[in-house]
Ligand binder design. Sequence first.
Ligand SMILES: *Cc1c(COP(=O)(O)O)cnc(C)c1O
Length: 409
Amino acid sequence: MVVVSYVTHLECSYTGKHYSSDGLHSVSDAGKPLMVRYDLGRLGREVSRADIEASSEPGFWRYSPLLPVAESEDRVSLGEVITPLVSLERSARLIGAAPGKVIVKDESRLPTGSFKARGLGLAVSMAKQLGVEHLAVPTNGNAGSALAAYASRAGIRATVLCPDNTPEINTRETEAQGGDTHLVNGLIGDCGRIIAEGSDDVGWFAVSTLKEPYRIEGKKTMGLELAEQMGWELPDVIFYPTGGGTGLIGMWKAFAELIELGWIECDLPRMVAVQSTGCAPMVKAWEQGLEFAEFWENAETDASGIRVPAALGDFLILRAVRESGGFAIAVSDEDIHRMAEGIGREEGLLMCPEGAATAAACKVALERGLIGLDDTVVLFNTATGLKYPMPEVASAIDKDSDIDYQMFG
Ligand SMILES: *Cc1c(COP(=O)(O)O)cnc(C)c1O
């Protein structure tokens, strides 16, 4: 089956300047992210919500009319799923919320165990459509393994540069999925610079966060999926663990497109950007009322997905937060770990630190009256907790001894 593309052009997210959607693009002339624009009028006449609901495509590919991949054979798939909404019942009290009012969208079920599969799945598919043979990415972890997996699936070469303090599980899974993986004695910005400077020599195309137009289209599907799952309604508040902000910007774009299509009529959610107190450039810019964020020196947090000291889309994150009536909020690593442990033990739901950060932020927001007990809240658990350190098991049993069954009581 061939799917028609409704893409009309690319647009600079800062100046509004139009670019042709043909060929490869990185950022705009102004150095800002490019956004994909669609003929939503025609799309709305030719495709209905019911068509989407009837789709049998895997996971986010059901939204193909709202995505840029024109030919179905260029869609690179590893068996994506619609990620479940899991409401917090027994652990709601840890957040100070009523049971059932806080819902986790559990992105850990996607290929490679993180929601980076959405963005890189799209970016690799577009690279395939455009005939790219070699992709490269600077990464703190999950983007590298997602690029490696989708590139291998597509028969495209992938080179991944990671800071040498990237968790070993991420570098190993990247290597295991066919990514040519290198450790750099620097920060993610250094990795990005090496890739940019090598483009002419090696001929690779960089798929760094927001430095190409398509990862955001993949992340946009979180918003589309959430709307469909909630019966074309949306929650009152969304808490999103914000690094480069692709997901937050993408969801805000998705909601705008759904409104223009007339597929949703509800109020839009308040968007909350969650960061760690060890790396909170968006929170600082939000509090100071700035349009752009300043570089965050000595960024440090165990939640490596949100250890991003400078984001190219900072103004887009801040714009979405402001337009939605939301806010930006930081939580400590201590609170993040306590929340991950609590939700794991009491609910059986394994949160990654980034996901646990959203739960910790939700607790603070309720305490400060920034949100209300009646609000329906969605938290994003953006990766599997299995990729991160877990508690040690201290108890050992000697099979040859008299077992003291009291210990199990
Ligand atoms: C990349 C990442 C994030 C941040 O995502 P952005 O959309 O770039 O802000 C959050 N959590 C995890 C686990 C990640 O890998």
